[in-house]
Ligand binder design. Structure first.
Ligand SMILES: [Zn+2]
Length: 489
């Protein structure tokens, strides 16, 4: 195994070495943080029920997690005056009604957290509504026809970036968001689409060149106003690599790279590029682990980011609370129902889910593993135990917390809750032949373990253990009466 130091690690090493020469015998200085940028990727545009108080508390949670950076994906979730069409689908959203994100950003600054405004050029939330009035701007699919409707929460059509009207719309919408609505934000998070490119005669292999034209112009305008602004972009414009998305393949382009950009890499849409990472102001790695209660995945993500010489690890902590208007992720039963943040169905609508124990466990995992990706299981469990149960924590309490994390993370997808939280979803799968005997047996075993958690903690007095009993009891309550039969056979 070779030991190659990143530039950042090299500088940290030499700085420590110099200090050692000058101040021999002095107490050792605290080690530099593994990641200069720490925090999460969040999509407040998809939590219409979370108002200012809940979001402010979320920011306080981020501060507790050692975060100094947050992506606030807000396209479609603010009351654009220039393009009211972009938020009609989201008219119930608390920020569309009350416009509190500016105040939230200012609160984040008091907690030492920089906020980046997230959106996708020519696609996804808000932006994909524009073809309702301008169908001629729809991107073209591989079959030569306009693309079909697609989305998560916000269903619409991605735009052809070669069309001047698409460029004008994107520029004016992004300017309005960044410069008129939220000028206190610290920069932009420009998330290149992971599902669609335009195959029209002008785009095709040049799709990302057209997208880049917008990205470069907006970046330059942002830096002209705020030279220190963080502008996060995807590597597709510079790498020349072949890209494999969930639904399509595309060829990245090779445009000149400005080292003021921060690059964003993901397991599903933007592979790590060491050559680019060495030249960028910052390079951030993402994964979905915290939003899926995947604690080992959080550690793996922190390690991957460190190995790649990333300056940041900003995984997803997103949850949703919108009413689904379309079938998403192959689950027709969820259509027409309100998404329940993380499947925490015991919470009142509008309550923040981020302080509930399974989510606290994921957040502690992020805080600890992003500070020390090599932390042992035993050391992590000790920290988690103290945090949730106090100095007299018991290993069984930690194991029960980890079991609840596994329960809430089972078969989760972006808009799909874990089976034990949602019996109706389980029944719909059973009826459509998507719940085989093996899965039913697995869920029965899982429910039995949850019942055992109730039995262990139902008489507990301490708050942490009472929380375990409360959540486990709520889960078992979902499987009373007729619902119990859904797992039989
Ligand atoms: Zn096109």
């Amino acid at each position: 195994m070779t030991t190659t130091l990143c530039r950042r690690q090299f500088l940290a090493t030499t700085a420590a070495g110099s200090l050692g020469l000058v101040a021999f015998g002095a107490p050792a200085r605290a080690a530099a943080p593994v990641f200069a940028q720490r925090g999460y990727y969040l999509l407040p545009c998809r939590t219409p029920t979370l108002g200012y108080e809940a979001c402010r508390d979320l920011v306080d949670c981020l501060a507790e997690d050692g975060a100094n950076t947050v992506v606030l994906w807000i396209a479609g979730g603010f009351r654009s005056k220039r393009f009211p069409l972009t938020w009609q689908y989201n008219v119930e959203h608390a920020n569309v009604r009350e416009d509190f994100i500016g105040g939230l950003i200012r609160h984040a600054h008091t907690r030492g957290i920089q906020c980046l405004l997230g959106f996708t050029p020519f696609g996804y939330d808000g932006v994909n509504q524009y073809p309702l009035e301008h169908p001629e701007l729809k991107a073209i699919g591989k079959d030569g026809k306009p693309v079909g409707e697609f989305g998560i929460h916000c269903w619409g059509w991605n735009l052809c970036p070669a069309k001047p009207e698409s460029q004008r719309f994107m520029m004016e919408y992004a300017r309005e968001m960044a410069f008129d609505f939220y000028p206190d934000a610290d920069g932009l998070f420009i998330e290149s689409s992971d599902y669609a490119i335009c195959h029209c005669a002008e785009c095709g292999p040049k799709h990302f060149d057209h997208e880049f034209k917008f990205v470069r112009a907006l970046s330059e305008e942002t830096w002209a106003r705020k030279p220190q602004a963080t502008v996060v972009v995807y590597p597709h414009y510079f790498s020349g690599a072949k890209l494999r998305f969930a639904f399509t393949e595309a060829l990245a382009t090779k445009q000149p790279f400005d080292p003021r950009w921060t690059l964003f890499f993901t397991p599903h849409s933007a592979a790590l590029e060491p050559g680019l990472i060495a030249r960028a102001k910052g390079s951030w790695w993402w994964n979905e682990a915290p939003s899926r209660f995947d604690l080992p995945g959080i550690r793996a993500g922190a390690r991957r980011a460190r190995e790649a010489c990333g300056t940041g690890f900003l995984p997803s902590l997103e949850c949703y609370s919108y009413v689904q208007t379309h079938e998403e992720f192959g689950e027709p039963w969820l259509k027409g129902r309100r998404q329940v943040p993380f499947g925490f169905g015991w919470l009142a609508e509008g309550a923040s889910p981020y302080r509930e124990p399974p989510m606290r466990a994921a957040r502690v995992a992020y805080r600890e593993y992003s500070a020390n990706p090599d932390l042992s299981d035993a050391a992590f469990q000790a920290v988690l135990g103290r945090e949730l149960f106090g100095p007299d924590w018991q290993p069984a309490q930690v194991e029960d917390t980890l079991e609840l994390c596994r329960v809430f993370g089972t078969d989760r997808d972006w808009t799909v809750p874990a089976p034990l939280t949602t019996p109706g979803l389980v029944e719909s799968r059973r009826k459509s032949g998507r719940l085989d005997a093996k899965k039913r047996a697995f869920l029965r075993d899982q429910l039995a373990r949850v019942r055992a958690i109730v039995a262990r903690h139902r008489d507990a007095q301490a708050p942490g253990a009472r929380d375990l009993a409360r959540i486990a009891q709520w889960l078992t309550d979902q499987w009373q009466g007729a619902n119990a039969a859904f797992l039989e056979g």
